[in-house]
Design a binder for this molecule. Structure first.
Ligand SMILES: Cc1cc2nc3c(=O)[nH]c(=O)nc-3n(C[C@H](O)[C@H](O)[C@H](O)COP(=O)(O)OP(=O)(O)OC[C@H]3O[C@@H](n4cnc5c(N)ncnc54)[C@H](O)[C@@H]3O)c2cc1C
Length: 461
């Protein structure tokens, strides 16, 4: 690993690939690090290896747009470190990494965090049963290993990614028996004022409606306005219970795929000490950034979905804007050149994000669904802490997630609160009758990712 360079880019999804490529083309020495083995991030995962003839009918033409991004990235002279996880970042631009065998430290004059999004945790009764998983995780298996679930599959939740996964799994010959849509009836009214702006991205709008039609054509039973979803079974999933359009239902199933949208992965920006803000529409936290992606930490910028969910096209553009700003700050280009090159990018960004205000309101999560009503539902899977345990700790005096750690060890397991953080804050806020932004979020400390003693022992310095 290069010990020192101009720019470290963490993440090789669309944002990281685009920013590292442009920064290298502008003359910066760039190290790009990603824990995945190949470039692509979530949307273009494994795109270099997937056989186009076989998988285009399943994953769609859009997936293969990532191949061009990856090709340009490979050609740009970036020092690319695949299969390397970043587990600590410091405000002076240094960061600690591990690759499964050893750990080390690298230092950049500037860092762009392009660490992307993760699926919102959806703690429902029975979500830890074998046979229940996140819809995005099923898609990950499809992209990385060509695997599709067998048996009767139910997909439940809300949002464009859920519809896309339903369609992709159907194309991969999975038997989708039901789509249980939790989008709320009233959401259409909240989204309506944002429809005119959405027409600026008419291509995306057309793709969205085509996707809805394709999901209808799957032939699965679609249940609207669903809530109170439960995974049921002894030792493994046997059925899915829910209420839809006012009626209680129960469907036999072998696999339940859950999805309530994606949220920024803020573990890294929190650990390094960036300021964050609560975005009430989508009920997630995001780092506070300026229009170059610069954060409150002088050396660190954020690009892509890690700064707020805007999609892959916007992520790549944001990556280029952050790269221009890095090149300016590090003296490779002057301010006039930065601003000049940014002009077209900003127009493209505006168009690429035009759909988002409508989508955010249409697929706004239900506050009741993100904080499980049932006391027995597990919230922190690592430490096996239930919603009831959290409520009990609040009654005993825990005011926020950090106090809760002392009461219960909630959020102190291997995932370091990544999987439960949002739900924990929601449960505490609901129990205390306070807004989530007042209750706050976990204080995130290194290591961000599990690191072994052997890796630490093999550190050179
Ligand atoms: C599971 C999942 C599946 C998705 N599938 C689709 C899809 O099919 N179509 C679509 O339009 N949108 C999809 N999205 C939304 C999608 O993530 C984005 O719009 C787009 O990929 C964002 O690009 P990005 O570059 O910001 O982040 P990402 O593409 O998420 O890339 C972030 C990269 O950072 C790396 N990373 C994160 N933390 C670390 C660390 N500590 N150390 C090293 N590397 C790190 C990750 O391995 C990842 O490769 C998906 C989201 C999720 C969560």
């Amino acid at each position: 690993m290069t010990d020192a360079c101009d720019l470290i880019v963490i993440g090789a999804g669309p944002a990281g690939l685009a920013s590292a490529t442009l920064a290298a083309e502008l003359g910066l020495s760039v190290v790009a690090i990603d824990e995945q083995g190949t470039p692509g991030g979530q949307i273009y995962r494994n795109v270099e290896a997937v056989d186009r003839a076989e998988f285009e009918p399943i994953l769609g033409e859009e997936y293969f747009a990532g191949a061009e991004l990856a090709e340009k990235f490979r050609a740009a002279g970036v020092d690319y470190r695949a299969g390397v996880a970043v587990w600590r970042v410091d405000p002076d631009g240094s960061m600690a990494w591990s690759d499964g065998e050893k750990a080390g430290v690298a230092k950049g004059r500037r860092i762009i965090a392009a660490t992307g999004a993760m699926e919102r945790p959806m703690p429902i009764p029975g979500w830890t049963l074998p046979g229940v998983m996140a819809a995005g995780a099923a898609q990950t298996l499809l992209k990385s290993a060509g695997m599709a679930p067998r048996g009767r599959v139910v997909i439940a939740g809300s949002g464009p990614l859920m519809l896309l996964v339903a369609q992709q799994l159907h194309a991969a010959e999975a038997e989708i028996v039901a789509v249980v849509d939790t989008t709320r009836f009233g959401a259409w009214f909240k989204a309506a004022p944002h429809v005119p702006r959405a027409f600026r991205a008419s291509d995306q709008l057309a793709k969205g409606s085509a996707m809805i039609n394709r999901v209808r054509a799957i032939g699965a039973q679609v249940y609207w306005w669903a809530h109170s979803i439960e995974a049921k079974g002894r030792g493994k999933l046997e059925s899915v219970a829910f209420t839809a359009s006012g009626a209680a239902r129960e469907i036999e199933a072998d696999m339940l795929l859950l999805h309530e949208g994606v949220v920024p992965n803020t573990q890294l920006t929190r650990q390094v000490g960036c300021d964050h803000e609560w975005y009430p529409v989508q009920r997630y936290w995001r780092p506070v950034v300026d229009h170059w992606g610069a954060t409150s930490v002088e050396t660190l910028a954020v690009a892509g979905d890690g700064g707020g969910i805007f999609g892959a096209e916007a992520a790549a553009i944001a990556g280029r804007l952050a790269a221009l700003d890095a090149a300016f700050r590090l003296g490779a280009i002057d301010e006039a050149m930065r601003d000049d090159q940014a002009k077209t990018l900003r127009q493209d960004y505006h168009r690429a994000t035009a759909l988002r205000p409508m989508l955010d309101r249409l697929y706004a999560p239900d506050p009741k669904a993100v904080a499980p009503a049932d006391d027995a539902t597990l919230v922190c899977r690592c430490e096996e802490i239930t919603a009831g345990d959290i409520r009990e700790a609040v009654r005993l005096g825990a005011t926020g997630p950090n106090q809760l750690k002392a009461f219960t060890r909630c959020g102190m397991g291997p995932c370091q609160g990544r999987m439960c953080g949002l739900a924990v804050s929601e449960v505490i806020a609901a129990e205390r009758g306070r807004p989530v932004e007042e209750v706050g979020y976990y204080r995130i400390r290194p290591p961000l990712k599990p690191v072994t003693l052997a890796e630490l022992a093999a550190m050179e310095d």
